[in-house]
Ligand binder design. Sequence first.
Ligand SMILES: C=C(O[C@H]1C=CC=C(C(=O)O)[C@@H]1O)C(=O)O
Length: 433
Amino acid sequence: MTAEPTQDAVPQHLVVRTVAVDHPGDLLDLLPATAPLAWVRRGDGVVGWGEALRITVSGVDRFADAERAWHQVLRHAVVRDEVGLPGTGPIAFGSFAFDWHAPEPTAGGLVVPRVVVGRRGGTTWLTTIETGATIGAAPTLARVAGGREPVLAPGEVVYADGAVPADGWRDVVARAVGAIRAGRVDKVVLARDVEARTAEPVDPRWVLGRLADAYPTCWTFSVDGLLGATPELLVRSDRGLVTSRVLAGTIRRTGDDDADLARAATLAHSSKDLEEHEYAVRSVADALAPFCSSTNVPDVPFVLHLPNVLHLASDVTGVLRGSGAVTPSSLTLAGALHPTAAVCGTPTMAARELITEIEGMDRGRYAGPVGWVGADGDGEWGIALRSAELGPADPHRLRLFAGCGIVAASDPAAELAESEAKLEPMRYALGSD
Ligand SMILES: C=C(O[C@H]1C=CC=C(C(=O)O)[C@@H]1O)C(=O)O
C-alpha cells in the first residue's frame, strides 16, 4: 500500500522513550547482523535495529507521501524524550530509489526501528520504540543490545560485469558526449554497476566497519541492504539551518602526497571539472532557494581529499523560512533537491531522459536520498554514492555502483578510470587485508 503504514504493522500508537546513556564505544559495534540501520560519521550519528513499522512509497509524489504517512504515525505516538537533541525521540531511517518509476518493492521508503542509539557532541542516547505498550521503566543498553554475534568476513570475492560491461560503458559515455555536443543537454551523469559474489554471506557490519574506519569524513549508511559511505550530503536540516555538501569534479589520487597536492591544484583549475561542479551547485542552490530566507553559495569550490579521489566541493547553506512546525522537513527538502546535477545532469528532465535512454542499467537506490528524519522534521539525507545493494534474496550477491558527470570535454577512457576509483571504497570494504 503506497504511503500508508500497513495495517498489520501499524499499532494503535507508538510508545517512544529516549534516555541518556553512557557512551558505549563505537555505535556500529552495537548493531545486529540482520537488517542494521546506520547513519554515522566520525563516531557521531544514529544506528538502529528492529522494525516498529515501515512506510513504503513509489511514484512522483513519494517524498510527500512518505512525509504524510510519517506525520500520521507521529500523531499517534506517545513520546517521552529526556534528551531533546536532533535525532532523539522517534526517528525513521529512509532510502529512496533514484528513479520515481521504480516499482514499489524496490522504490524505498521509511523504516521506524524498535531501537535507536545515537551520539552527538558527547551525548549518547537510547531510544526504544514499542508498539501498543505503555511507558514503563527506562530502557538500558544492556537490555536492548545484549551479546552480539561476531562480525564475519565475506571471504573470497569474485567480481563480474554488471548490466553494461566496462568497454560498453565507454561507448555509452561517448554517446553522451555526442548528445552534449549536439546541444541536447549540458551535463549528464552516467553510472555503471559491478556484481560481487562473496564466498560467505555478507555481514553488513563488516562492510560498515571498514568503510567508517577508512572513510571517516564520509557518512557511512545502511538501510534495507543499501550500504555505503557517501562523501555527499544532499541536505541536513538542523533547527532552521540547512546545509548541503555538493560534490562534482573528480581526480584520482596517486598515493603519493606531493603528487596528490599537485593534482589538487590541477583539479581546482580544470575548466572541465569546474563546469561540472557549477551545474551541481546551481541545481542545489536553485532547489533550496524557495525554502530559504537566505542562502550562502560559495563562489569557489574547495578540494575535498578522500583516500581514493579528490573532489571539487562546495558547502551550500541556508536559513529556512518560517519557524518550528511550518518549516519544511528534511524529507521535503531531500525530495525537492533530488536529483541534483551531481547525479543526474542539466537540464534535469532532459538529462534524466538521456540516462533512461542510454545508461542501460536500473540504478535501484544508488544515487537516491538515504538518511533519517526526526519527529520535528530535522534530519540528514545523503546521496547514496560509493555504495552497494545487497541482494535481498541472496546474501552472497551485491551490486556495486559508480557514476561520473559527463560534459562536452569528457574523455570516455578517463571517465571509466574515474568510475573504477569510485568503486574502490566498496571493493575495499569487502576485502579483508
Ligand atoms: C555519481 C557519483 O559521484 C558524483 C559525486 C562526486 C563527483 C562526481 C563526478 O566528479 O563525476 C559525481 O558527480 C558516484 O560516485 O557514483
